[in-house]
Design a binder for this molecule. Structure first.
Ligand SMILES: [Zn+2]
Length: 156
């Protein structure tokens, strides 16, 4: 009798774990390496940073930002991009030809049936965007970043 009870418990546990994994695969995989540092993030920002969401194109106020300065992570304040690498990609998201050295870590993202390279803040682990091989600069890269994940600090 005790054996059957234990077996039932184990099967129930396996079933629940499997179901959780099926329903929340991204949360399951990502919750490990992310540090939530900024306590004032909005729901939209959290969805992008921690659930790999994407903001609607042409909604970011940073699209038209042309001043000299640096773009920081909205979660942990790490310096990610220089204004020198910003360009207008016409895609509707703030775009950069290169990131500051060591700013990001990349991983392959297979969602929506596409193979894309996704990048995360190296300091806090938050998702910022995807990098593509059709950029206009020397290295041919285009960092397509959600504006809601960035804080611009102009150099005065
Ligand atoms: Zn960060």
């Amino acid at each position: 009798m005790y054996f059957l009870w234990v077996r039932r418990k184990i099967l129930k546990f396996i079933g629940a774990s499997f179901l959780t994994f099926l329903l929340f695969p991204f949360k399951f995989v990502n919750s490990k390496n992310i540090k939530i540092i900024n306590k004032n993030l909005t729901e939209k920002q959290k969805n992008i940073l921690f659930n790999e969401g994407t903001e609607r194109p042409f909604t970011s106020s940073l699209l038209h930002e042309k001043r000299k300065g640096f773009y920081h992570c909205v979660n942990c304040d790490a310096k990610l991009f220089s204004s020198d690498s910003k360009f207008d990609s016409k895609t509707g998201w703030p775009s950069f030809t290169t990131a500051l050295p060591g700013a990001f870590k990349t991983k392959v993202d297979y969602s929506f049936g596409m193979k894309r390279i996704e990048y995360h803040c190296a300091n806090c682990g938050a998702h910022h965007g995807h990098v593509f091989d059709d950029g206009p600069g020397e290295n041919g890269k285009r960092f397509c970043n959600n504006g809601l994940c960035l804080i611009f600090k102009p150099s005065s």
